[in-house]
Ligand binder design. Structure first.
Ligand code: HEM
Length: 171
């Protein structure tokens, strides 16, 4: 396997650049008989773990779209609804996020635990608000007040944007 080490660049054990949004840096150690320092980029080619990580990351983005798509679609509607697509998107974010952390740990990639804890907390709140909101949406009748659903619709959308901000701005 071809291994090259580029010193002095903050990144992870797989081919990522600082701009690509990895959520930690590589640990110091030794790769293929060569010393690396914390923050080195280590290129190992496209191995199976890379494929798993990319697949999970794509699923993570699809989950995000499943929440924000229906949210934005209703921006100008008078009556807001929390849809099943939003619920499944929120569940997908929890599952794919945790699996991404697992894959990173398996690859000896140093995960920023504080950042992940914040994301997990926010994602649990998104999923909880989505579950309750969807149940209340189902119970909506033409003359029942829609304020509670509207609030939960807002909470789901706003906290999802908070998690995007945490993902991209906390480095
Ligand atoms: C509503 C919930 C969530 C949203 C909107 C969200 C959003 C994002 C976004 C936009 C990225 C890409 C960042 C970038 O490439 O710059 C990302 C990456 C990531 N997220 Fe989430 N996330 C959510 C939940 C979670 C949860 C619950 C976890 C783990 C407990 C998690 C773990 C990760 C990890 C490990 C990555 C980095 C993947 C990589 O580069 O290898 N996310 N997330």
């Amino acid at each position: 396997m071809r291994v090259s080490v580029v010193p002095g660049v903050t990144a992870g054990v797989w081919p990522v650049t600082p701009a690509s949004g990895c959520q930690g840096v590589s640990k110091a150690g030794e790769v293929a008989g060569r010393d690396i320092i914390a923050g080195d980029v280590v290129r190992e080619g496209l191995v199976s773990m890379d494929i798993v990580r990319y697949a999970l990351l794509i699923a993570h983005f699809i989950g995000l779209a499943a929440i924000l798509g229906p949210f934005l679609d209703q921006w100008r509607s008078d009556v807001k609804r929390v849809t099943q697509t939003m619920v499944w998107g929120a569940r997908a974010q929890l599952l794919t996020g945790l699996l991404l952390v697992g894959v990173a740990e398996m690859n000896d990639f140093e995960v920023d635990h504080a950042k992940i804890a914040v994301k997990l907390l926010v994602a649990v709140a998104v999923a909880g608000a989505a579950e309750v909101g969807a149940k209340k949406t189902k119970a909506l009748t033409s003359d029942s007040p829609a304020d509670a659903v509207r609030t939960l619709w807002w909470v789901v959308g706003a906290l999802t944007v908070v998690n995007i901000a945490v993902a991209v701005a906390w480095r």
